[in-house]
Design a binder for this molecule. Structure first.
Ligand code: ATP
Ligand code: MG
Length: 574
């Protein structure tokens, strides 16, 4: 491609509404432009990168035995009513009516459509297993679209769905997708980790998010650098501490203390002049309409997902003032476990505590020297809190680290959630009708490209890895007015095209500095510079974007050298 002909509007200034680096660089490098909130156009350079990623994904999906389909984006309401998501999906689902007043939505995901296709076409165990995938546009009316294509409303996704006869076979499909995902993100040159994620009502260990480690990430992940354990923050397990032997001789007499206006942990710890870790927080939850008390050490945070999973309820929220008053007899801020008439769940952090402080279930009062067993009974001790840095790894006891991450992909064993609701059945060997076991597997296309930039840039711009680079080489003659230089550049360009090298020829009549700046900004891995002095000796300069290193090569050898570098880097990632 000739630079003079390419549609590549680069921008020098940092766009004021772009908070994170990938968003800034994608605008500045002429990859994307915003149409309206959360909706972007890809320009030629940007779309080439998208295509590169899509091709890597296709190769790995096909290798794993998945087959490509293309499903409609406009989906009838009836299908979503069958799965019961028409009412449950919420406002991210964009709904509309056609001229006949029929209701539709724009697909935010495609479980309903694929399940409807498969249930109509697959009848017996002989046609299973199947993994089907597509690369398609999704629409999610996100509350707060942000960070460019990282969290937008219209975006490309690779979504795959597996259908199997039984759990064992479904686990194999999951494994295949898990392996394919590892290959895809490795080939993109990303520093990533598959992390265990919450499976909600499905249970089991079958949900992994693929996280690209980056400070700008919206998610937090907990990981161990001694073993391979990694989980997102909601899911990360906290082990039970080894229980100390607590002697009843240590128990001090229970005391009720007047604590006017002390409702928060900070106020209570200041009042008693103790560390928050000597106080036990009592939170009252409304679980599907029933109140529960959850106890945790004062300096730690309850993880509501763990509470919800333990209770097996659909809705969990902090109790209203009214419910708190009802169950404790006191306003918010004075709840405690002593003499409360609701079930008490206790986080492991409280298991070893003696003579602690809690609310007294009376306005402006707290209790001192509270002890488990003597003063109240516990329904269960469980892991109910968020993990924090330096907690023990639940697998190997080394210490846990917390990092920020961008979720680029998600693999999930669905079980029979959709196949049951939508009756996707098959006949087994003995002619019995059985429900198919499903899995779903997504990769955000634009988000993965943005994440690759978050990990590969410097002050001058993007640094593409070879597999994702929109072009591999840029030829830069330093002075467009020197005829012999331009001729040599033109010849080299033609030779590279003939050798199937993806190359831009910067034939613009611009200062060398401008050309270099653009080449660095758009992140082309290799730059070949042609100048009068080198050329007079039959030489050109090859500069590596990633390292900034330059070396002189003879014009005769440069194409071979470039082919060698490209091949080597592509192979390294594969
Ligand atoms: P998030 O928690 O970030 O909203 P999600 O759990 O809703 O993601 P999935 O439903 O698992 O995402 O979708 C699969 C993949 O699609 C995600 O891993 C992500 O890469 C991508 N994705 C999801 N929402 C968006 C979005 N609003 N913009 C761009 N990509 C997205
Ligand atoms: Mg989402």
């Amino acid at each position: 491609m000739r630079y003079s002909e390419i549609f590549l509007p680069t921008v020098r200034e940092v766009p004021s509404d772009a908070e994170i680096i990938s968003h800034q660089l994608m605008i500045r490098a002429g990859m994307i432009r915003k149409l309206t909130s959360g909706i972007y156009s890809y320009l030629p350079i940007g779309y080439r990168v998208i295509r590169k990623l899509e091709n890597i994904i296709r190769e790995e999906m096909n290798k794993a035995g998945a087959q490509e389909v293309y499903l409609p984006m406009v989906q009838p309401a009836e299908l979503w009513q069958e799965s019961d998501r028409w009412t449950h999906y919420g406002k991210e689902l964009l709904r509309f009516r056609d001229r006949h007043d029929h209701e539709f939505c724009l697909g935010p995901t495609h479980e309903e459509v694929i399940t409807s296709l498969v249930r109509n076409e697959i009848k017996t165990y002989r046609q299973l297993p199947r993994i089907l995938y597509q690369i398609q546009t999704k629409f999610r009316d996100e509350v707060r679209p942000r960070f460019g294509v990282m969290r937008c409303r219209e975006f490309g996704m690779k979504d795959a769905y597996s259908f199997d006869v039984d759990e064992e076979s479904a686990d194999q499909s999951y494994e295949k997708m898990f392996t394919a995902y590892n290959n895809i993100f490795r080939r993109c040159g990303l520093n990533f980790r598959p992390v265990e994620a919450d499976t909600g009502s499905i249970g089991g260990k079958y949900s992994h998010e693929f996280m690209v480690v980056a400070d700008s990430g919206e998610d937090a992940l907990a990981f161990c650098d001694q073993c391979s354990y990694a989980a997102n923050l909601e899911k990360a397990e906290v082990g039970c501490p080894e229980k100390k032997i607590i002697s009843e001789d240590d128990w001090l007499p229970l005391k009720k203390v007047n604590t006017p206006d002390c409702t928060t942990i900070e106020e209570v710890s200041a009042f008693f002049k103790v560390n928050p870790s000597e106080i036990v927080k009592t939170l009252i939850f409304n679980a599907d309409g029933k109140p529960y008390a959850v106890l945790i050490r004062g300096d730690l945070e309850i993880n509501e997902i763990k509470v919800k999973n333990y209770l097996g309820v659909t809705d969990l929220e902090l109790a209203s003032d009214e419910m708190i008053k009802d169950v404790t007899g006191a306003p918010r801020g004075f709840a405690g476990p002593v003499k409360i008439k609701i079930p008490i769940l206790v986080d492991y952090s409280v298991i070893d505590m003696v003579n602690f402080i809690t609310g007294a279930n009376k306005k402006d009062y707290h209790l001192k020297n509270v002890n488990i067993g003597r003063d109240f009974k516990v329904e269960a001790f469980r892991d109910l809190r968020f993990i924090k840095p330096d907690d023990q790894c639940p697998r190997c006891q080394a210490s846990i680290k917390i990092a920020r991450g961008i979720e680029v992909g998600h693999v999930f064993k669905l079980g029979t959630k959709y196949s049951n609701a939508m009756k996707a059945m098959y006949l087994d060997k003995d002619g019995h009708e059985k429900i198919m076991i499903m899995g779903c597997y997504g990769i955000g296309i634009g988000r993965t490209v943005a994440a690759a930039i978050e990990q590969n840039y410097d002050d001058d711009g993007i640094i593409w890895t070879m597999p994702l680079a929109p072009y591999h080489v840029i030829i830069t003659p330093v002075n467009a007015n020197e005829k012999n230089v331009m001729e040599a550049a033109e010849n080299l360009y033609n030779l590279m095209i003939a050798n199937n090298i993806e190359v831009i020829f910067d034939d613009r009549d611009e200062r060398a500095g401008v050309k270099f700046k653009d080449a660095d900004l758009i992140g082309i891995p290799l730059r070949v510079t042609l100048g009068q002095k080198n050329l007079s000796q039959g030489n050109v300069e090859l500069r590596i974007r990633k390292t900034g290193e330059s070396q002189i090569y003879s014009l005769q050898n440069i194409v071979e050298k470039i082919k060698e570098i490209i091949e080597q880097e592509m192979k390294q990632q594969a």
